[in-house]
Write a protein that binds this ligand. Sequence first.
Ligand code: GTP
Ligand code: MG
Length: 550
Amino acid sequence: MDRHIAQLASTTGRRRSLSDPLAVALQPPPNESPEQRQTRLQAEEDAKRRSDRIDRMLKESQKEQQRKKIVKVLLLGQSESGKSTTLKQFMLLHSPVKFNAERLAWRFVIYLNLVRSIRRILEAIAPEQDGDDTDDLDSTETASIVVIGGRPSSAVSGWITAYDSYRRRLAPLLDLEQRLIQLLSDPEDNEEREATHLPRGQSSQGSYASGGYAAVSPPTSPPLSASLSTSLPARPTPRITIPHGSYTSHPSPVALSPGHEVAIHQRSNWKKALGVMSRNQSPKSAHTNEIHGWWEDPHDPVHLMNRCAPTMTELWRDPKVLQRLAERRLRLEESSGFYLNEIDRVTAKMYFPTDADVLKARLKTTGVVEHSFALAKNSEFRGGVEWKIYDVGGARPQRQAWAPYFDDVNAIIFLAPISSFDQVLAEDPRVNRLDDSLQLWQAVVTNPLLQKVNIILFLNKCDLLKRKLESGVRLNHYMTSYRDRPNDYETVSNYFRLKFGAMHHSYTPNKARECYIHFTCVTDTRNTQTIISSVRDFILTGNLRSSSLM
Ligand SMILES: Nc1nc2c(ncn2[C@@H]2O[C@H](COP(=O)(O)OP(=O)(O)OP(=O)(O)O)[C@@H](O)[C@H]2O)c(=O)[nH]1
Ligand SMILES: [Mg+2]
């Protein structure tokens, strides 16, 4: 009996004691014939093989579970739609240490954004010269200038007496602008210096029909389907550009052409370099008087910013200037990188950018920027999950860089800034921004390469939409299909949700795919982080079960 049990254990590979009822049940009959024994041993061998195979599969699956999952998310949308801001929110939530390490580097971008606003005001209040076409400013300007009517009246073309004084007192800021660009660029990089003197014409092509923002001509750039072609060229080197007027030492700000762009290579790792530089100069001890900071470096831009702060404030509060801005329909409050209401705080010697400041800072992306972070291990993914978020440049010339990322992406977050219904593209002033967003959305949801990819739509800049509607700007002036529906935020935002949702429904090649739509203001951290958490969980545990991830 003992021998028989030992034999059973050796053939099945499992030891069972006599008290094991299963082992007792499996004992061979006492009067087993040699044929019966042969059949039994054969059956046991087959069972062992099956059992071993199951063990192997279980081990494999365990290993698979312990391996790190990689989730790839692509942020898409036109320029200034809020992609990089969404990426910053992901960093704030999941890589706060990195976000903090880079915080000080954003100080320079914030200065640059502020200087750019000052330049725009100076350009707007400059006396008009003979043959000066006031529409030139609008036609080459980015979406941050909001045009809400027709041409300015001829009554506004008078001199502003204080203009000369402002121009003289603020002239050093225009020099600083150039210095900031150099700070943010790699000084060794020849291409960089070239790029800071971009030739005219990139953004000034096309003509502007006065007051004609509602009736938008078809775009001249390649069709979206072509720019989102399914061919997969090599992935480009990431770069970042700062949009602003090209620098010139010409004494008249009117001659400074807005809308031109300055290229900053991300290769130079400006955030890290400047962040480290600033950290080295941070207070040595909070408990002693031994404080050394960037503000002690006489060459730091903070000094000039600080010295010019009273004049900047005076300019921004001057009723004549404000009147002139209103006449020229410049709504700087709604523009990217707006810090004019916080001049004193932002130019203070020991200024340390807050989360909100960093989220508001505007740097145009060119190429593709990747950010990775790991999610904590959980019961489902014991190896943890690595997220890779790709932030692309949204301007038209940048869009051909998107396609190489389509083949292995798990989810797309598409941003459509719905406040932009009365704005035009910086790269083609004949194209209405909302029309462009809708065309882009259609191209993305139609793309067969993306048919299994989860799509989440952020109808973004809801705060600006609300403000704009409340200030009396009417949607049906720009979108005739809106007809005479109420012009309030609830009705308008719901209209956009239905419009974008219906487009997905009609054009998606995968009718089973659902499109998740959120109303967002991605500069609002609390609201966005709640949305990001739910989007993250949805991507991870939702549809990915049916895709390759799980
Ligand atoms: N008020 C407001 N500002 C926003 C919102 N989303 C983004 N912004 C601002 O809009 C500007 C442009 O945002 P970005 O995130 O740089 O836009 P982007 O899509 O990355 O643009 P490109 O890099 O040119 O493709 C930034 O100054 C943001 O702070 C929003 O919901 N509300
Ligand atoms: Mg960007």
